[in-house]
Design a protein around this ligand. Structure first.
Ligand code: AOS
Ligand code: ZN
Ligand code: ZN
Length: 389
């Protein structure tokens, strides 16, 4: 019989975390972007950095791309370049929020010509998926209104549904559409996909290839994200996560940094409800920007935080928990969770990495690798990648 530690390690071996290409590039606040030496100038260089994260964590074989930030002439060549480094290209993220045309929205815009342009971009993203072998199209819409009366809320939903239906039709057999929601920003009065319920309703109508993606930074303070996760898993509609951490709004900080307990609670619902099984096809993606911290180590730290939360969730004694729940023993049920949360899983993760032929301390191994110094020396000239580049 497997002991608990072995069972936890076996489950952890099945989990992968997808890293975002934009996490390797420069980003900032509306006030300032602090450039760092060695930051990638091209999608190709972003893949090189992603390969380093995979080399030291062993669990990040996929990289999400963002179009047009990662636009290249030959996507098949980009996929081959990734494969040479042990990587695959993951979700294709669309961008219908940076053009002047989108002042009043994209797929919900009142003008049909603008909607056509936005849908054209989404269809182009599916063409790119065909070339890269990506299976996930991740859609986040900045659409919404700023003022009461600005536009017809229901008409905007109709336009959204029509656009999604057209994109859904274009998806291949193995491809799916992941619809992200966000409470506010950049729109401040209404947002066209503001919450999981709206996303869920559209996905339900579209069909089985449409699922909801939960960005952990996109809720009102106090929202129980773990409830949403449990509900969507039960319905087979949880497509994946955009993991990050927040104090105020969509802060895009390192996942698990501000509230590791929340991350544990989310991962408890995931592990308890079968979300870790490959068949569940839940994409554990990061959606983060590293503005003041070193980027590659920040991605490594984030991956480790996800692994630690997952390991703790896997340690929950589900039998004891179920027994306490049946008996209505509130304190014992709560203790089953807290015991697992309060376990130091770092020794177990070190052991797991050693079993997989990895260095037990990924951050130290990365620091000793010389990669940071190498990219700082070699990546000179040209323009560093960032939002819009
Ligand atoms: C925006 O707030 C969403 O989180 C998006 O998923 C994402 O940050 C953006 O599209 C970068 O790809
Ligand atoms: Zn996101
Ligand atoms: Zn976001």
């Amino acid at each position: 019989m497997l002991d608990v530690r072995d069972a936890v390690k076996a489950a952890l071996k099945t989990q992968t975390v997808e890293t975002p290409s934009w996490g390797y590039g420069n980003s900032g606040t509306r006030f300032k972007v602090f450039a760092q030496p060695g930051v990638p100038r091209t999608p190709w260089e972003k893949l090189e950095d992603a390969a380093k994260v995979h080399e030291f964590t062993g669990v990040t074989p996929k990289v999400s791309l963002h179009i047009p930030w990662d636009r290249v002439d030959d996507y098949t060549a980009l996929a081959a370049y990734a494969a040479e480094r042990g990587l695959r290209l993951g979700a294709i993220n669309s961008n219908t929020f940076q053009d002047d045309d989108y002042r009043l929205g994209s797929v919900c815009h009142p003008d049909a010509k603008v909607r056509r342009r936005a849908v054209g971009h989404l269809l182009e993203c599916v063409d790119i998926m065909d070339a890269t072998g990506s299976t996930d199209l991740k859609l986040w819409f900045a659409d919404g209104t700023n003022y009461p009366g600005q536009d017809d809320v229901v008409a905007r939903q109709d336009r959204l549904a029509a656009a999604l239906a057209e994109v859904y039709e274009r998806l291949g057999e193995e491809q799916r559409l992941l619809l992200e929601y966000k409470l506010f920003e950049p729109a401040f009065y209404t947002t066209d996909v503001p919450d999981w319920g709206t996303s869920y309703a559209h996905c339900l109508k579209l069909g089985p290839k449409a699922q909801v993606v939960v960005d952990t930074g996109h809720h009102a303070p106090g929202t129980s994200i773990e409830f949403i996760v449990a509900f969507l898993l039960r319905e087979g509609k949880l497509g994946g996560f955009d993991f990050n951490s927040r104090f105020y709004a969509d802060d895009d900080l390192m996942v698990g940094s501000s509230d590791p307990f929340q991350l544990f609670r989310i991962m408890h619902e995931v592990t308890k409800n079968g979300g870790l099984a490959p068949a569940a096809n839940v994409a554990f993606m990061l959606d983060q920007c590293h503005n003041i911290e070193a980027k590659i180590p920040a991605v490594i730290r984030s991956v480790m935080n996800v692994q630690e939360a997952t390991a703790k969730a896997l340690l929950v004694d589900l039998d004891a928990l179920a027994a306490a729940q049946r008996e209505g023993d509130v304190l014992a049920a709560n203790a089953a969770l807290m015991d697992a949360y309060n376990t130091d899983v770092r020794p177990l993760l070190r052991e797991l990495r050693e079993e997989q032929g990895l260095a037990p301390e990924p951050l130290a191994a990365y620091a000793a690798s010389g990669w940071r110094e190498r990219i700082a020396t070699e990546r000179v000239g040209g323009e560093q990648a960032g939002w819009g580049a």
